[in-house]
Design a protein around this ligand. Structure first.
Ligand code: MD3
Ligand code: FE
Length: 213
């Protein structure tokens, strides 16, 4: 299956036993989301984290909500404070939590309450290698991701690193909900191509909502 063929601009597409691609799902709340994003980035700016192996990530990262994802020489984990400011992460804006809950509900996961929202910023050339999300406690909880700005080729792999990955082009406003048997699938993002988005310029922003604690 080549998910690039999924060229319709809206609608629900099932991409795994418990995963759904909701095209354009965030567009209705776009302006509210971007305004909230701008405010929280002023409180907890994006920064390049260091991998445990000592490499700077190409993606810039920050968080909002009760818990934020951090990476440094000591490893990957969730923390209740921004290590740069020493203060709690900015509160999760209502428009974020309600979008995440509505998307999860649409995909069959009722009453999803995210306690962490990871914000990834990609400039052209930035990428994310194939990995599993394993830093959360409860893998029965889904993950909701919202794509904004420049498009990305997303790799949706299997339960083993060597499994062939599906490619999907995630565009501004797309939301994907991953859960159940798909929760530990490998995934990644190919290097972002140069371009200009009308609202966000030369960047892609991804919001990832999780129940981490
Ligand atoms: C598929 N970020 O931060 S989440 C990450 O575009 C990350 O920045 C992606 O992967 C990005 O860890 C978007 C997509 C995602 C998250 C969890 C998954 C896809 C998943 C779990 C299982 C399968
Ligand atoms: Fe991930």
């Amino acid at each position: 299956m080549n998910l690039f063929d999924a060229s319709n601009d809206s609608g629900k597409l099932q991409i795994g036993p418990a995963s759904w691609w909701l095209r354009g799902f965030a567009l209705e709340q776009e302006m509210k989301m971007l305004e909230a994003l701008q405010q929280l980035l002023a409180e907890s700016p994006l920064r390049q984290m260091m991998t445990p192996g000592g490499q700077k990530m190409s993606v810039r990262t920050t968080s909002c909500g009760q818990l934020g994802w951090v990476s440094d020489r000591k490893g990957y984990r969730y923390e209740d404070r921004d290590p740069v400011s020493g203060r709690p992460w900015p509160a999760m804006p209502d428009v974020f939590s309600s979008l995440a809950a509505t998307a999860a509900d649409t995909a069959g996961f009722a009453a999803f309450e995210a306690d962490a929202c990871l914000i990834n910023q990609y400039h052209p050339g930035a990428k994310m290698g194939l990995h599993q999300d394993k830093d959360e406690h409860d893998f029965s909880q889904p993950i909701v991701s919202v794509s904004l700005g420049l498009p990305a080729t997303f790799l949706f792999g299997g339960l083993r690193r060597s499994d062939k990955a599906l490619r999907m082009e995630l565009r501004h406003g797309d939301v994907v909900v991953w859960g159940g048997d798909d929760r530990l699938r490998y995934h990644g993002v190919l290097p972002i191509m140069a371009g200009r988005h009308p609202a966000l310029g030369n960047q892609r922003i991804n919001l990832t909502f999780r129940k981490a604690g």
